[in-house]
Ligand binder design. Structure first.
Ligand code: FES
Ligand code: FES
Length: 164
């Protein structure tokens, strides 16, 4: 067993974990943070994406021991003072989800993109989300939601580009 100390969604946890325990399983099974789903366990789908020290990672491809001393934000830590962020609101308002299984990972990956590039173009959104698979929406509404959340003045124009 290895002792780890990790801050998740603002709360610090200390645990003894097996060195082989995946971060995704630590979050879900030990901390009960089941808002981060597991869709494949093979690093393909992106559903398990979380923020690790300022970068989005697929938590099924990171060991819990690798998060020792780090700060993790999951989809459950996104809301600010109980209010959805602009990105969360945009997903809701633009119908950027159907079953919702991919949504936590989409939100975390999109958040990472907007932090790096606050005003992305449609193709940049698509590229940023290429590691996140959705079986439901065909991606149109997801891309549009990210563009709307970016708040760019020309957003209506790029929305029209997406829909063209
Ligand atoms: S569960 Fe991690 S990428 Fe699919
Ligand atoms: S909304 Fe169902 S998998 Fe994306």
């Amino acid at each position: 067993m290895t002792h780890i100390k990790v801050k998740v969604d603002g709360t610090t946890y200390e645990d003894d974990v097996e060195p082989r325990l995946l971060l995704a399983h630590y979050l879900r099974d030990r901390l009960g943070l089941t808002g981060t789903p597991i869709g494949c366990d093979t690093s393909n789908c992106g559903a398990c994406t979380v923020d690790l020290d300022g970068a989005s990672v697929k938590s099924c491809s990171v060991l819990a021991v690798q998060a020792d001393g780090s700060e993790v934000t999951t989809v459950q830590g996104l809301a600010e003072n109980g209010e959805w962020t602009a990105l969360q609101r945009a997903f809701h308002e633009q119908h950027g989800l159907q079953c919702g299984y991919c949504t936590p990972g989409m939100l975390m990956a999109a958040r990472d993109l907007l932090r790096e590039n606050p005003h992305p173009k449609p193709n940049q959104v698509r590229e940023a989300l290429e590691g996140n698979l959705c079986r439901c929406t065909g991606y149109q509404n997801i891309v549009r939601a990210v563009l709307v959340a970016s708040g760019e003045k020309i957003v209506q124009k790029v929305v029209e580009e997406v829909e063209a």
